[in-house]
Design a protein around this ligand. Structure first.
Ligand SMILES: Nc1ncnc2c1ncn2[C@@H]1O[C@H](COP(=O)(O)OP(=O)(O)OP(=O)(O)O)[C@@H](O)[C@H]1O
Ligand SMILES: [Mg+2]
Length: 263
């Protein structure tokens, strides 16, 4: 089971857009994909609300009643699978604490799911707070994908993320594999070029070659309750996300095997 956490402590950088459309690209390539909405704001869940999601099936139940993750998966009409979020996720910290038991719970839940569905790929859409929910996604993941919008402030957020992930490594006793994805890129803007140069100077090969450009289709498709492949599979936005899928295939091959075998 491959598990990717999509996370940046800066809000509005394209985390949810990337979760949805990367999952869709993987599914186009015949992968079985589970989207895990880990944001109390439930923006990803909202995209599919109109499709008749079961309102009582959401991730908080896993924490509250020990409901197995497999029971919370809702199949979507487009072939993707979703575990929905709800505002109650905000309460996980206060109700269950921030100790190792809570932090590792998701990893254990996913390990149980992997027993039954070893080929499932899991994409976790995190919220921008570094709370227990986002941390547990990082703990459970094989790879953290950090979307970085191409504006100057985003460089600081990437540096902050790097420090936060480094600080967690001694706790996890392993390197946290991470890649930075430049989003909202605009070739015509000097800022895009400068931010890209600086990101590559700071983080080298951890910055993916693929960039997600500014595309109106990404906002419009989500508004219409679709991923961009449903909206327009030939669009430049769909091509960007397919390129991301292909590049990540190479990244995944290079991950230490222990990380992938750790279920
Ligand atoms: N590449 C892009 N081109 C155009 N619009 C985009 C792009 N990426 C994201 N957006 C739009 O920007 C807004 C924020 O994107 P998104 O919700 O994916 O970010 P986020 O990091 O998940 O934000 P939050 O912190 O609120 O969860 C959305 O309206 C989305 O449609
Ligand atoms: Mg989001």
């Amino acid at each position: 089971m491959l598990k990717i956490a999509i996370f940046n402590q800066k809000a509005g950088v394209g985390a949810t857009t990337t979760s949805l459309n990367l999952a869709a690209a993987s599914q186009r390539k015949k992968r079985e994909v589970l989207l895990l909405d880990m944001d109390p704001q439930a923006r990803l869940t909202e995209v599919y609300k109109h499709t008749g999601l079961e309102a009582q099936q959401h991730l908080f139940k896993f924490y509250q009643d020990d409901t197995p993750l497999s029971d919370l998966i809702q199949p979507l009409r487009n072939g993707l699978h979703l575990i929905a979020a709800s505002p109650e996720l905000m309460k996980v910290d206060s109700q269950f604490g921030r100790g190792p038991a809570t932090l590792n719970r998701l990893a254990h839940g996913l390990a149980a799911l992997a027993q039954a569905q070893p080929t499932l790929e899991v994409v976790m859409d995190c919220c921008s707070l570094l709370g227990v929910i986002s941390l547990s996604a990082v703990f459970a993941s094989d790879l953290v994908l950090v979307p970085v919008a191409t504006d100057y402030l985003s460089i600081n957020s990437a540096v902050k993320m790097d420090k936060a992930l480094n600080a967690l490594q001694p706790v996890l006793k392993r390197k946290i594999q991470r890649r930075y994805l430049l989003t909202r890129a605009d070739k015509r803007k000097a800022m895009t070029v400068e931010v890209e140069q600086e990101m590559r100077r700071l983080f080298g090969s951890e910055v993916l070659m693929t960039k997600i450009h500014e595309h109106a289709a990404l906002a419009e498709s989500a508004r219409m309750g679709q991923h961009v492949f449903e909206y327009d599979g030939e669009s430049a936005a769909a091509q960007d996300y397919m390129a991301l899928f292909y590049e990540l295939q190479d990244v995944i091959k290079q991950l230490p095997r222990s990380e992938l075998l750790a279920a």
